[in-house]
Write a protein that binds this ligand. Structure first.
Ligand code: PBG
Length: 325
């Protein structure tokens, strides 16, 4: 008891605090999500994500190279097509924007970084859902799986090292694994969006990919109230062959990250999503938050909760700060 115990002793000097610091995020644990817009001749700003842009294929190549030079661990690519249809043909087309961009980046970067791709139909469908619809307009799980299988092979052939199935369809990891193996892509891995919540924090992302969605994703993404369901989804994905698992969003779900980290025998990732980015940028722009300290605090907290890897739109800038430490 006090006065024998004075925890403040370990906080007296910067050197002392450095000595006893428990958690440090390394640049190689950060992944940069990037948007590439089909046919774009110049970058397009995303109003709700100041500092993030829709890239041209050219600017994306340069930005990706910069990210790798900054020491980030990987790049997660999203495509923004010019035309969309009911079945998301742009996602399976080898010349669709995402597959073309993957080919560009793989040619430019080889194995210098880990190239990841979003494996989902929402960017490519004219209704904005993550899967194809049945006659009644509901998202058809099993019909969607067949499209995911085709998309997986296209992305692997385009050069992705890791595929990120993010549609929350039942059985998607198993189907993707099987399709990859059948096509001989034994080394292409799966970063499974295992616990993905139906979150309001995806708001700015919908602008970023020009989403056509009018309803919501409640029949496939998880209820924010549930954690047991997240563990069930994670267990299923591990059984189906996930190489890494992910929780998304991050900051509002630290308890889920912790719980998933406790049961997973593979690396755990967390996605600090567009709304998390927008909130801090908006507050910092108003002078209400110290931008750098807030960003680093969130990254440290997400890592402390149990995420080995963090997907963040600040990956390049944060990598620079973390190298200075
Ligand atoms: C689906 C997907 C979404 C995000 C990543 N993959 C959107 C959604 O589920 O509605 C959101 C990422 C973010 O908000 O930063 N392809």
């Amino acid at each position: 008891m006090f006065p024998n115990h004075r925890p403040r002793r370990l906080r007296t000097t910067p050197a002392m605090r450095r000595l006893v610091s428990e958690t440090a995020v390394r640049p190689n644990q950060l992944v940069l999500p990037m948007f590439v817009k089909e046919g774009a001749t110049e970058t397009v700003a995303i109003a709700s994500m100041p500092g993030v842009v829709q890239h041209t294929r050219d600017s994306m190549r340069k930005a990706a190279l910069e990210a790798v030079e900054a020491g980030v661990g990987g790049i997660m690519l999203f495509g923004v097509p010019t035309t969309r249809d009911a079945v998301g043909s742009g996602g399976t087309d080898p010349n669709g924007v995402l597959n073309a961009a993957l080919r560009d980046l793989r040619a430019e970067l080889g194995d210098e970084t880990v190239l990841m791709s979003d494996l989902c139909l929402d960017e490519f469908t004219d209704h904005g859902h993550c899967g194809v619809l049945d006659a009644k307009g509901n998202v058809d799980n099993d019909a969607t799986l067949a499209v995911y299988a085709e998309m997986a092979v296209a992305q692997a052939e385009a050069g992705a090292h890791l595929l990120g199935p993010s549609g929350m369809m039942d059985g998607q990891v198993a189907v993707v694994r099987e399709a990859l193996d059948a096509a001989g892509h034994l080394d292409t891995g799966i970063l499974a969006y295992s616990a993905k919540y139906a979150s309001a924090f995806y708001g700015p992302f919908r602008e970023a990919v020009e989403s056509q969605l009018t309803g919501d994703r409640m029949t496939y993404q998880q209820d924010p109230a549930n954690i047991r369901e997240a563990l069930r989804e994670t267990t299923l994905d591990l059984t189906e062959g996930a190489d890494l698992v992910m929780v998304k969003p991050a900051l509002a779900y630290l308890d889920v990250i912790r719980a998933v980290a406790e049961i997973a025998d593979v690396p755990v990732a967390a996605y600090q999503v567009s709304g998390e980015y927008a909130m801090i940028e908006a507050a910092a722009a108003n002078g209400w938050l110290d931008r750098r300290r807030t960003i680093l605090e969130t990254l440290t907290s997400i890592h402390r909760a149990g995420a080995d890897i963090v997907l963040t739109y600040w990956a390049v800038e944060a990598a620079g700060w973390l190298r200075e430490n």
